[in-house]
Design a protein around this ligand. Structure first.
Ligand code: C2E
Ligand code: CA
Ligand code: CA
Length: 550
């Protein structure tokens, strides 16, 4: 898989994770609000059903009571019974009329008097009304035809029964009041086996029209089984959802912002340095830039120093001094250097440099004192053998070297193999004089700090002069670092410095740029000093993307 594909895939993954962090609370709150709205709607329906239930029980119990009290009087003639029927109809709440059934006819009625009507006139009435207690809904009553009523029958002796009619309007009004049409779709009440009563007054056109009930109560009233169903309105559910969403969304938005921020923070500080660096190696986030070295003897580019760069896809470049120090402290310096060698080997294959071209590589102290170091380096040396580069090991003392004896042995082995050793950052706190005693070396790299002390007006830089003279006495060639002004160049040249490294000659550049630069300018004589520095061709070097030093 190509680098760009890996990067793109990673960016996609991170984008998806970020989107998930933002969306998760919003979706969660939306779903919770939806369930909350459903629960609230069901709760409201249940409350309504409970209220209707208690009223239905009261109405039916009153009517049944009125009928039961009349049972002992049913053998009286209708004329004697009438005043009592009328009186009770007036005083018992909800009852429209009280009647006596004799066989298959209503023989006496508080509404119609002595007139006898066959039961068949009232569809839904049971055929044997005097057999047992019953209740049903009928479409009409003797006094109010075509208007439904609740009929409650109580058996009496001699094939007679008492029948109480309750106006169904009581029931529909009750259902309306408790479960209004704006809040609920409809309420259905089934008493015994009779036709259902609807709050809307109209049975639905289609049986499934009302959908599933929000609440269903089954109970017994006046000895009759009752089923009560409350049906919800979809618009009410959405209104409840919207109301809940309005309450929940500000919290959800804050939460999703917080999650997104936490995710970004976590990405930034993902795991420890160790994890981050190892992951970056795996994900191929490193590349190498090469800074040309001016060689006085060849009056042009005599070599390069390889400098590692880490460009994080999500956070941009990381300063080398930061990640190198972190790698050294988190025991990743060795795997990182192995990775660096692989990157260099891949780059060097495309170069067109002459034999003996210096290739300076920075090695951490930990690696130098590792007994496997020379063997580890072998595949790299073999891989670039074709180019016949002069490998220069740059060693500095950033972390304490644990096994100096082993390091010395390793350097001896490698030097015998033709590798050169440079003491890097000489003169800084990093690299003490003890290194000179301890390790064999060929080059001494004088730190930029000393080069900066060159003052053309004063004409000398005492410590720098002493370092250069010390190096010469130790038979080491001197590399001056950070040479970025012609006056420094002239000064160092006059004191026998062999190599200059600095922005005056060239900045660090990626391998492909270096190849082009080397073909164009690297092999040209660099006319040093004040006059040369004014010639633009000689000072240019491709810009370094590196953020730390200017
Ligand atoms: P160093 O080994 O002393 O590398 C030279 C540093 O000086 C580089 O900084 C380079 O960009 C900078 N430099 C060169 N010429 C000039 C100049 O004229 N002016 C200024 N201001 N700076 C100049 P860089 O690349 O930031 O590296 C910093 C340090 O990080 C290096 O110092 C080295 O100690 C470490 N480092 C970089 N790459 C590697 C690596 O691959 N392995 C190890 N172990 N350390 C590395
Ligand atoms: Ca170096
Ligand atoms: Ca250095």
């Amino acid at each position: 898989m190509s680098d760009s594909m890996v990067t793109r895939r990673r960016l996609w993954r991170r984008g998806a994770m970020l989107a998930a962090a933002v969306l998760a609370p919003l979706v969660l709150f939306a779903v919770l609000s939806w369930h909350g709205a459903q629960r609230r709607q069901r709760g409201d329906a249940d409350d309504a059903a409970r209220s209707i239930e208690s009223h239905v029980v009261t109405i039916m119990t009153e009517a049944r009571e009125a009928a039961v009290q009349l049972v002992p009087l049913t053998d009286l003639p209708c004329s004697a019974l009438m005043p009592e029927l009328t009186r009770r109809t007036a005083v018992v709440p909800y009852v429209r009329s009280l009647n006596v059934i004799d066989g298959d006819r209503i023989s006496c009625s508080s509404a119609l008097g002595i007139r006898s009507s066959p039961l068949t006139k009232f569809p839904g009435m049971p055929a044997h009304a005097s057999d047992h207690a019953w209740a049903t809904v009928v479409d009409s009553t003797p006094a109010v035809p075509d208007y439904p009523a609740l009929a409650i029958g109580e058996p009496a002796s001699g094939g007679r029964a008492v029948l109480a009619f309750v106006d169904s309007r009581y029931l529909t009004d009750l259902m309306h009041a408790v479960a209004p049409a704006g809040a609920f779709r409809d309420v259905e009440l089934r008493i015994g086996g009779g036709a259902p009563i609807y709050a809307s007054g109209e049975p639905p056109a289609d049986a499934g029209d009302l959908g599933a009930p929000l609440a269903e109560h089954r109970f017994v009233a006046a000895g009759m089984p009752i089923v009560l169903r409350v049906y919800g309105l979809r618009s009410q559910l959405f209104a409840a959802w919207t109301a809940l969403l309005q309450q929940a969304m500000p919290v959800a938005i804050v939460l999703s912002g917080l999650l997104a921020w936490l995710y970004c923070q976590r990405q930034r500080n993902f795991g420890s340095w160790r994890e981050q660096l190892l992951r970056a190696i795996r994900d191929d986030e490193f590349h190498v830039v090469y800074q040309p070295l001016y060689g006085v003897s060849v009056r042009g580019c005599h070599g390069v120093e390889a400098l590692l760069r880490w460009n994080r896809p999500d956070a941009g470049p990381v300063r080398p001094d930061v990640f190198i120090a972190a790698a050294e402290q988190s025991q990743v310096a060795v795997p990182l250097t192995r990775h660096l060698l692989k990157l260099i080997a891949a780059d060097v294959r495309h170069w067109n440099t002459p034999p003996g071209f210096h290739l300076g590589i920075n090695f951490p102290a930990e690696y130098l004192s590792d007994e496997h170091f020379p063997a580890d380096l072998r595949p790299f040396l073999d891989a670039i053998a074709d180019r016949q580069c002069q490998i220069v090991l740059e060693i500095t003392e950033r972390t304490l070297m644990k096994n100096t004896q082993q390091a010395r042995l390793n350097l001896d082995t490698l030097r015998a193999d033709g590798v050169k050793v440079a003491i890097d950052d000489f003169g800084t706190g990093y690299c003490s004089m003890s290194y000179l005693e301890m390790f064999p070396f060929d080059l001494m790299k004088v730190d930029r700090g000393f080069v900066m002390t060159i003052d053309p007006a004063r004409g000398d830089a005492i410590v720098l002069d002493a370092i250069i003279s010390l190096a010469h006495q130790l038979k080491a060639e001197v590399v001056a670092e950070g040479v970025d002004r012609p006056a420094q160049f002239d000064y160092l040249l006059a004191r026998g410095v062999s190599y200059m490294q600095g922005y005056l000659y060239a900045k660090p550049m990626p391998s492909a740029e270096f190849v082009a630069w080397y073909a164009r300018a690297g092999q040209q004589p660099f006319e040093c000093g004040e006059t040369a520095a004014r010639a633009p061709d000689n000072v240019i070097g491709p810009g370094d993307a590196h953020p730390t030093r200017g």
